[in-house]
Design a protein around this ligand. Structure first.
Ligand code: NAP
Length: 473
């Protein structure tokens, strides 16, 4: 069992660990037992101002630090995260609930952003330059609970590579990983004030105060589309550059000519990574008529066989949801689909007992007007719908305000590429169940967001300004 007492729990501002200026705290709960496992400080407006001051004070020094040195520090962050992968995975599993095997994958993914951006830091081409004022440097980063490590490193690593200083506001449900990583950055040589971490139970006013400070010139947010819209409006008041990684409603399309076993393997990964609590999770499974029944039966068998339990238990394959609210939302979506005619192949009801568990669930014949066709399920529920033609699959896949991720299974590569080009989505996986990769540009279209993270140049470019200098010699 992970000893969370070993994690520093203070606000991390200017390289110092400190309590909230008003002494308030936020409780952190283990979602598998509902027990309070730690308390972290609840940042106030004064703490937010102190964080902006610290980031601003550190900005000049970090900007002047050579790209080679910045690169070496980022590389050290990668090495320390890799050395401590087991400890970090245990912590993520404890506070988020995800199965240890998912937490281990997350740590490897999260660490890779440091290795990748260490390599990017020395290859930022002359096409980019500093803003004339040098001001586009202090960045506010806001992250969700579903990947407590990776959503933070996906922003921090490219920001630091670009020479920016940052203030990270992690989700209140999973702050411990963010603080554990802050200590690790310090050990890797990140100077005081370059990375600051604030937890708060009042994210609206605290973020608004930071964005109103003219020294803050960038907001990078990962979270729900609803909160993203609020933050875009707030940033618009100050014309702040925004990157928005928002919600998804991924279609998973299986054509008759797909390799059935490969499609089932892919569906299990696309649906069940983090027990379905992923923005890229397959939310709607469209299966062509000829393969539909075999696919539905195969998925039912695999989902029903999953081990459900506390994420920290090594045999667990599906951990708890993050909160009771999340469980109730999933159940509302399932019961709504059933009322509209869906058949339950397995699962389908809230599990009894302690912990925020929902059983792996497969539904078939889900109607197009079911709420889960339009809302993120964010849980271990796989709704399967039958389709007939390619045009029908494309039309249904695009019938959503979201456009983050989509999956296609077919043995016909020409068809796969044709369908991929017609699906309105920032990312497509063709005969592939997992698309997240620090080397590829991650992001969505439509209401799924603005900008890209990771990838060759894309991730770093989000933290830079183009500057044009006309010269007469
Ligand atoms: P959320 O409710 O939008 O919260 C995300 C973050 O925003 C949290 O740190 C939250 O703080 C903060 N926040 C909430 N209200 C705010 C406000 N008014 N001003 C400033 N910050 C505010 O999302 P979530 O439930 O944590 O995460 C799940 C969502 O994230 C899903 O929609 C998922 O698809 C999306 N997501 C997207 C990606 C992507 O790359 N596109 C990746 C992962 C997740 P508190 O925790 O303190 O409320």
């Amino acid at each position: 069992m992970f000893d969370y007492a070993t994690v520093s729990h203070g606000l991390y501002v200017g390289g110092r660990w400190q309590p909230s200026s008003e002494g308030r705290v936020i409780e952190v709960v283990d979602p598998s037992t509902e027990a309070v496992i730690a308390v972290v400080p609840d940042a106030t407006l004064a703490d937010a101002a102190a964080a902006v001051n610290a980031a601003s004070k550190a900005a000049a020094g970090w900007r002047e630090t050579s790209p080679r040195r910045r690169s070496e520090i980022l590389r050290r962050c990668f090495e320390l995260m890799t050395e401590r992968a087991e400890i970090l995975a245990a912590l993520i599993s404890l506070e988020n609930g995800k199965a240890l095997r998912d937490a281990r994958s997350e740590v490897a993914y999260a660490a890779e952003f440091f290795r990748w951006n260490a390599e990017e830091a020395v290859r930022i081409s002359g096409e980019f330059g500093l803003a004339p004022s040098g001001a586009n440097r202090n960045c506010v980063l806001i992250t969700p609970w579903n990947f407590p490590a990776a959503m933070a490193t996906r922003k921090i690593a490219p920001a630091l590579a670009a020479g920016c200083t940052v203030i990270l506001k992690p989700a209140s449900e999973t702050p411990l990983t963010a603080y554990a990583l802050a200590a690790l950055y310090e050990e890797a040589g990140v100077p005081p004030g370059v990375v600051n971490v604030l937890t708060t139970s009042t994210p609206g006013p605290v973020t608004a105060a930071m964005l109103a400070d003219p020294r803050v010139r960038k907001l990078s947010f990962t979270g729900s589309t609803g909160v993203g819209r609020v933050l875009l409006a707030e940033a618009a008041k100050h014309v702040i550059s925004c990157s928005m990684e928002l919600g998804g409603n991924a279609p998973f399309i299986v054509f008759d000519d797909a390799d059935l076993e490969a499609a089932l393997d892919g569906a299990m990964v696309a649906k069940m990574r983090n027990a379905g609590e992923a923005c890229t999770a397959a939310n709607r499974l469209y299966v062509q008529a000829g393969i539909h029944d075999a696919f539905a039966d195969g998925l039912r068998k695999r989902m029903a066989a999953l081990n459900v339990g506390a994420g920290t238990h090594t045999e667990t394959e599906c951990g708890p949801m993050i909160t009771s609210k999340a469980v109730n939302k999933i159940d509302r979506l399932v019961q709504d689909a059933v009322v509209r005619g869906a058949k339950v192949l397995c699962g389908g009801a809230i599990a009894e007992g302690k912990g925020y568990f929902y059983p792996p669930t497969v539904l078939r014949d889900v109607s197009a007007d079911a709420a889960m066709m339009h809302e993120e399920i964010f849980g271990p529920v796989a709704p399967i719908m039958r389709f007939d033609s390619e045009a029908d699959a494309i039309a249904r896949a695009n019938d959503t305000e979201y456009g983050l991720a989509a999956y296609i299974y077919t043995r016909d590569l020409a068809k796969g590429m044709r369908v991929a080009s017609k699906i309105e989505s920032g990312m497509i996986a063709l005969n592939h169940g997992l698309m997240s990769d620090p080397a590829a540009p991650f992001g969505g279209v439509k209401q799924s967001g603005l900008g890209r993270e990771g990838g060759q140049k894309h991730g770093v470019a989000e933290f830079m300004e183009a500057k044009y200098i006309a010269v007469t010699l």
